[in-house]
Design a protein around this ligand. Sequence first.
Ligand SMILES: *Cc1c(COP(=O)(O)O)cnc(C)c1O
Length: 490
Amino acid sequence: MTDERDRLIFEKTHEGRRGYSIPAQDVPSTTVERSVPADLVRDEIAGFPEVSENNLVRHYTRLSTWNYGVDTGMYPLGSCTMKYNPKINETAARLGGFGGLHPLAPESAVQGALKVMYALQEMLGETTGLPSVTLQPAAGAHGELTGMMMVRKRLEDRDGKPRSLVLIPDSAHGTNPSSAHLCGYDVREIRSGTAGNLSTDALAEAMTEDVAALMLTNPNTLGMFEDEIVKAAAIVHARGGLVYCDGANMNALIGKARPGDFGVDVMHLNLHKTFSTPHGGGGPGSGPVVATREMYPHLPAPIVVKAGDRFRLDFDRPKSIGRVKAFHGNFGMIVRAYAYIRALGPDGLRDTAENAVLNANYARVRLRERYDVPYDRINMHEVILSDHRQNANGVTTLDIAKRLIDYGFHPPTIYFPLVVHGAIMVEPTESEGVDELDRFVDAMFAIADEAERDPDLLKRAPVTTRRSRFDEAAAARKPILRWKPGISAA
Ligand SMILES: *Cc1c(COP(=O)(O)O)cnc(C)c1O
């Protein structure tokens, strides 16, 4: 028998039930009839469920309890920085003067909004040491593309040609080679050294006058700080190349180190990671690009500038790469990031990075008792484990991740970065306290015990959820995205 909780609202339909009570129509129906052709007007929506208001409320409320988010529990999804988003940011973004603005309102009517954008540009420039800032890009990957377009434009402007190659370490996020490629570059991979860092010897060997840029992530996706970054940047600059930094991992550096000081020319930030604006589920993101003073002419247009005590949008930018986003970026995210930075202040931002790094090192030192840690040295904001020890009993990273769901945790990122076999990437972020970290470690230890005692149990996990394991390939290739009569999702 189907569990009552599994029944879709469409299956609870009762003819004649209504979930609304709205006042009677007070416009003459002839108005409607005149503006909509008769054959397009329908009295009934075919197949729609007929339910009462409380059925409807229960339907959506129940669905919401099947979700997991940062507001429900720890979400150690490495590389994604799923930190807690203070609710005050939401209040700020929803203030009528921000949330109710029309994007085409004249400059004179939106001075406050422009001031917030200008201030955020200044703050991001100051914390990264890269003072040329655009807030337009809508995500990290979009920022990468924007930044690489600026690299291309800069080289064309300087040398009359854009060069043809981009060097990218093998630990890079998949978006890096894609962005370089979309921008018309060929990509050459550089192997990481044994310690999980970029090898400057390999870099020096690959660096030629046909290389437009080195594109690297710092801290890298193995959670390691690239401590030879200054030398690496010098190698690239000596042959006329530029250094692009993927700044998605800025959570480890904020208030501690400025990429502009260690040789980076252009970088994107993920406001929806480091600067605590909500993400996941394909919601709006924001990927501002910061760059050296030299790159200023190539920023997308318009940017917000200050003239006296007024703010305006500067469209007159002949060397700009052009516009990369309609209107002015995802403005709500800009307000949230501004509120977050102002609430924390410089000292608070530095504490954020210190605690993020402390938490990840605490996790590494505790978890290495039962799990393999391929790069077991001081890490930054995330730590990578592997399933090497559990493999002895046939248990894999996927089984461990699925079983964590039964213990009430969102699984970490798995099988990334690709350079670690069976990677489990844990990023606790600064927003978890030590008691919650200990609960997570306890769950991981319990799973390590189960892997030895009862590996079969892990193969069946999760066992406490509405659904167990999906056929992930079929779910991606033949998704059932909406209810249709006669098709059951079960
Ligand atoms: C998240 C992430 C990206 C991509 O950012 P999106 O906002 O998801 O497009 C790029 N690089 C790294 C290292 C990341 O963690």
